[in-house]
Design a protein. Sequence first.
Length: 155
Amino acid sequence: MSPEKRSAVMACIKGRDTAPERAIARAFEAEALGAWECHARDLPGRPDFVFRPERVAVFVDGDFCHGWRFPQWRDKLSEKWEAKIEGNRRRDTRNHRRLRQMGWRVIRIWEHQVDRDPSICVSRVKQALMQQSASDHEMAATTWRNRQEPGKQVP
């Protein structure tokens, strides 16, 4: 493929509202997962889906652009594409770390996982929502107990 043709093809690839994202959104709606935001600008990496009360951020990543199994096929790329995808992977890692440091649970869903079975992807998100919610409730209960007995700190 010529560089011009490749450039034209890549220009057509959207960064948001992709087919995998739409499939996950439909699956969320079918499961009645509650309210979520799309592409929250105030969070590192602008997660594709955000569940604020539970502090769960979900990224739906394309296999190529985000480098799924990148070490296995990186040598087949031009230097330009190798550098681009490596940069994407570093940025993804940095944003994941920043979100975790802010107290968010981060779920990364790959394009091939959505293609294979969106319900499994949704199950992962549901599990994270339940775990995060349970963790928040425990933290609130501990805080409440510590206020009730100021001299005795409950772990």
